[in-house]
Design a protein around this ligand. Structure first.
Ligand SMILES: Cc1ncc(COP(=O)(O)O)c(C=O)c1O
Length: 385
């Protein structure tokens, strides 16, 4: 299904067409869901189209993987059963016992748990750094550092890291730079063009976009690393299934229009939160006073649909706001068309309590959906009381 002609097309066009060639058998304009495990061979080893077993490769997954590579400007895309499955495959490919990783002081709790509770058991060392600060990263490096991990914007504090700056540090240190691009999506930010080696996604979020699938992805700038990861993807086996691949591919077609609306709605909500007497701090990279604003404006097309804020009255007040919201659904995850609200300290980031990544107890995180902005503002206003 490969088609190299998408290289010079704009993002919106690639989102719809890359990997999405018409079905060779019927002309169906959408790649079919090849819900199949194995493929008839024309004599031993006589593969039609290169497919032999769906863990190794499946045409619907191939369509998604080609689309992902095209959207991130990479050479190889790989789709996994979840974002964490993608991260696990990447870490076990890049790291060996004795190696060292620099991880950010603000990141998805599950990513931290993977380092702290799983990867560390295999003799991999890790240090925490403020990745927005070059000195903090340099201080965390050791002669054995093989990976610098960046999440920007970060989850849940919306911290911004200068990707090109960290790419320079990584190159000098002989380490790979991995960027989790889940919050921005490739529509808003292109880490490989800024010098990253690998992009990680939770496809569960903006890429799928409708809170109806769990998936993950890796995209590499380098063909050899892509090949090595593909080998491990098959050897480890946590692949995206055909239906999940299909539904993510479908979601991606509207990524650009959704992201525009997410960001537009978020900007309106930020204005209201900033003026609200019960809100003590608003964390959003679109705000001029945000410490990463200038870098975000330089490396992102727009500031995205995620907002975090702190409220007067501490943890119980924050929990009460979450419980009072009606149109904002109380739930984990993010990036769907429907707005979500959550309390990171007790929900998504409960696994980092007591660590360097612990989040403020009075913090609330919003995933702003694409509903009518006035309806969203009315709900938040009543929830704040
Ligand atoms: C920034 C980020 N990276 C990775 C993940 C993990 O992805 P998944 O839940 O699809 O395994 C998440 C999940 O919330 C996330 O928010």
């Amino acid at each position: 299904m490969s088609d190299d002609s998408h290289e010079h097309q704009s993002f919106e066009t690639r989102a719809i067409h890359a990997g999405n060639t018409a079905d060779p058998l019927t002309g169906a304009v959408v790649p079919p869901i090849y819900q199949v495990s194995t493929y008839k061979q024309d004599g031993v080893g006589g593969l039609r189209g290169g497919y032999e077993y769906s863990r190794s490769a499946n045409p619907t997954r191939t369509a998604l993987e080609e689309n992902l590579a095209a959207l991130e400007g990479g050479v190889r895309g790989l789709a996994f059963a979840s974002g964490l499955a993608a991260e696990d495959c990447l870490l076990r490919t890049l790291l060996a016992p004795g190696d060292h990783v620099v991880i950010p002081n603000d990141a998805y709790g599950g990513t931290f748990r993977l380092f702290a509770k799983v990867v560390s058991r295999w003799g991999v060392e890790w240090s925490v750094a403020d990745t927005s600060d070059a000195d903090s990263i340099r201080a965390a490096l050791t002669p054995k550092t093989k990976v610098i991990w960046v999440e920007t914007p970060s989850n849940p504090l919306l911290g911004i890291t200068d990707i090109a700056m960290v790419a320079d540090i990584a190159r000098t240190a002989g380490a790979k730079l991995v960027v989790d691009n889940t919050f921005a999506s490739p529509y808003l930010q292109q880490p490989l063009a800024l010098g990253a080696d690998v992009v990680v996604h939770s496809l569960t979020k903006y890429m799928g976009g409708h809170s109806d699938v769990v998936g993950g992805a890796l995209v590499t700038a380098d063909a050899a690393l892509g090949e090595e990861l593909a080998y491990h993807q098959n050897a480890m086996g946590a692949v995206a299934g055909p239906f999940d691949s299909w539904i993510v591919l479908r979601g991606i077609k509207t990524l650009a229009v959704r992201m525009d609306r997410h960001a537009e709605n978020a900007a309106k909500i930020v204005e209201v939160l900033k003026r609200h007497p019960k809100v003590t701090k608003v964390l959003y990279p679109g705000l001029p006073e945000h410490p990463g604003h200038e870098i975000a404006a330089k490396q992102m097309r727009n500031f995205g649909g995620m907002i975090s804020f702190q409220v007067e009255g501490g943890e119980e007040a924050a929990v009460a706001v979450c419980n009072r919201a009606k149109l904002f659904t109380l739930g984990e995850s993010l990036g769907g068309v429907e707005s979500l609200i959550e309390h990171p300290g007790r929900m998504t980031h409960a696994s980092v309590v007591g660590s360097a990544l612990e989040v403020p107890a009075d913090l609330i995180r919003l995933s702003v959906g694409i509903e009518n902005a006035d309806d969203l503002v009315a709900d938040l206003t009543q929830a704040l009381g």
